[in-house]
Design a binder for this molecule. Sequence first.
Ligand code: HEC
Ligand code: HEC
Length: 219
Amino acid sequence: MKSRIAAALLAATLIGLGIAATVRAAEPAVVGSAEAGATKAAVCAACHGATGSSVNPEWPNLAGQHHEYIAEQLNLLKSVVRVAPVMNPMAAALSPQDMADLAAHFEAQTPAGLEADPALWQAGQKLYRGGDAARGIPACSGCHGPNGRGNGPARWPQIRGQQPVYVTNQLHAYAAKTRYAAVAGQPPAPAGAELMYDIAKRLGEDDIKSLVAYLQGLR
Ligand code: HEC
Ligand code: HEC
């Protein structure tokens, strides 16, 4: 079982490098300005909060999220490859420069942090750090890092301090393969999504509850 996890992590690293290389080759480098992004973020504040910490458990926190991941997701939300009816129209008018500026702004914000659920976080921490070899679930920390900070160039998102309903919804969407859709003429879903399809479908509802409880308090 150990070797299967090791293989998953090695594959993840290779895929991570592959994504970074593909994106660099396919897109002209757009350098974001956090200052310009702060002005452009006024329209995002109603849902994501002025400093990227949202007040609704369904709306993701963006504070401290990697700019590579934010810009990539905005592009996927604009093209509706990532299916999110509330967010798709918000991304529709953004240019690549807007996406880069907004990404730089939100990455520079400090997450406010939420509190872990005292009844559930210990089970969540166990799964997050150790996985469950018997069920083929790798440790989340292998990719998202010991503190949930992820890795920008590899496109492994930060998941610490994330809103609980948002995380639950995303894990369900990965398991059902509904987070992304194929859209003619648009880029495909990120290669890394395949990893989460595989992992999320092995999680039961109790696993998700405890992971979410742990993640919201992770700093
Ligand atoms: C009306 C509320 C609303 C507004 C305004 C809004 N968003 Fe969102 N945003 C959402 C919701 C809801 C989601 C989660 C979508 C889903 O379920 O997949 C989301 C998701 C995102 C994501 C993906 C986060 C992740 O972790 O994958 C990014 C990036 C994002 N929004 C950026 C922005 C930016 C930049 C703006 C301003 C231009 C903005 N949003 C405006 C509601 C909003
Ligand atoms: C092998 C590497 C790997 C492992 C292990 C892994 N993830 Fe992920 N995770 C990813 C990648 C890559 C993405 C981004 C996929 C995409 O682009 O949609 C991601 C995305 C996510 C997201 C969506 C973040 C957002 O802001 O929308 C959540 C939530 C998540 N992972 C939770 C977990 C949990 C919980 C575990 C452990 C049970 C886990 N991951 C294990 C690589 C991994």
